[in-house]
Write a protein that binds this ligand. Structure first.
Ligand SMILES: Cc1ncc(COP(=O)(O)O)c(C=O)c1O
Length: 377
């Protein structure tokens, strides 16, 4: 007789369930990256063309309107979001929303580094704060998808069209997984390492027209390092949005992003990417529904992430989760599924587009196996 103590017959073919860096696109191999630009200046005709191509592909797959600019910047998502904070905040009062670790990190930046005394609206892990309590005469900082709690904003309905302040969305684990309402977003940032399965190191910054207006009309009181400077003498540095990066980029990371974006186009563009995330999240949800010892950390399905899905495990503490994840890693059945270090002990399974649904399905019995092991230990 088979018991859950026996190893399941089928293993996920690609056990890459980390929430960042995330699984490479199916079929990815380093030998498939274009390398003609490596060893060349990023300011050569070829270098600029590849950067511009990467920008064009992102615009296409994000369905970004012409009203919004998009540029590649240093420092991954953190660099892009801090660049936005450092260059634009201070002109108006600020409200910062925090319901998990990364949103809390932007609060720390605002309070301790910029010292701008923001209004902070918080919620516990698993919850969303009251979005209707936001005063939109303020600039508003928030995380579209809270990667460490698996709670996201459901949509952009809570952001008024006639807002006075600017909306700043850290959208790193949201882009390419949800259709974003760009008219409600003045600033968005992300890194290629999430839904695209690209590399860290570079960030992407998206600016709506009102953000550009802020950059051209306002100079913050604090000093700005060169890697944050987006405007000069009252004018936006337009080159940044045409592939003329502030400093030297990793062209290998750019080529890797291009590979992922071309794959995204092949599988049906934005709709294809979103459908894959949706299918993965649904497959994981079915696994959770069948197991009384597993639950969702995000209480409300309407604001539950479809990328970084965070799970509760009955009676789990940090030691149990560590063991649970280590058992699966040792079997090459699932890598990196322990929850984030600041989150309540639990599991976290990436469901972004680069993960195959069959692998999520195959993960279910392995979760049972690990659960049986930790309980009999
Ligand atoms: C919501 C959110 N913000 C910021 C970051 C930091 O991203 P990076 O390491 O690309 O700077 C992460 C990484 O997981 C994230 O999930």
């Amino acid at each position: 007789m088979t018991t859950t103590l026996d190893r399941p017959a089928v293993k996920p073919a690609r056990p890459f369930f980390s929430s960042g860096p995330c699984a490479k696109p199916p079929g990815w191999d380093a030998s498939r990256l274009a390398t003609g630009v490596l060893g060349r200046s990023h300011r050569s005709k070829l270098g600029k063309a590849r950067l511009q191509y990467c920008i064009d592909l992102m615009r296409e797959l994000l369905e970004l309107p012409d009203t919004h600019r998009i540029g590649i910047v240093p420092g991954s998502d953190t660099g892009a979001f801090e660049m936005a904070m450092w260059t634009m905040l201070g002109a108006k009062p600020v409200t910062a929303l925090a319901w998990e670790s990364f949103g809390e990190g932007w609060v720390t930046d605002a309070v301790k580094q910029l010292k701008i005394d923001p209004t902070v609206i918080r919620a516990d892990y698993g919850q969303l704060p009251d979005l209707n309590a936001v005063d939109w005469s303020n600039d508003v900082l928030f995380t579209w998808n809270g990667t460490t709690s698996g709670v996201r904003v459901p949509d952009g309905e809570w952001i008024p069209a006639d807002r006075e302040g600017l909306s700043f969305a850290d959208a790193t684990s949201a882009v390419f997984a949800y259709a974003l309402p760009w008219d409600k977003i003045d600033v968005a940032t992300f890194s290629w390492q999430k839904v695209l399965g690209g590399e860290g190191g570079h960030g992407v910054i998206i600016l709506g027209p009102r953000a550009v207006e802020r950059l051209e009309s306002y100079t913050p009181a604090w000093p700005l390092p060169k890697v944050f400077r987006l405007a000069s003498k009252g004018a936006l540095t337009e080159g940044v949005f045409k592939g003329e990066t502030i400093n030297t980029p990793s062209m290998l990371a750019v080529e890797d992003a291009i590979f992922a974006l071309e794959w995204g186009k092949e599988i049906g563009g934005p709709a294809g990417l979103i459908a894959r995330s949706d299918a993965n999240a649904a497959a994981l949800d079915a696994i959770v529904a069948e197991r009384p010892w597993l639950g969702h950390l995000a209480a409300d399905p309407a604001s539950r992430s479809k990328t970084s899905v965070c799970l509760t495990v009955e009676g789990a503490d940090e030691a149990l989760i560590k063991k649970f994840a280590a058992l699966l890693e040792a079997e090459d059945a699932a890598y990196d599924i322990a929850g984030y270090r600041d989150a309540p002990p639990g599991l976290r399974v990436w469901c972004g587009a680069t993960v195959d649904t069959a692998d999520i399905v195959a993960l279910g019995p392995w979760l049972d196996w690990a659960w049986a092991q930790v309980r009999t230990a």
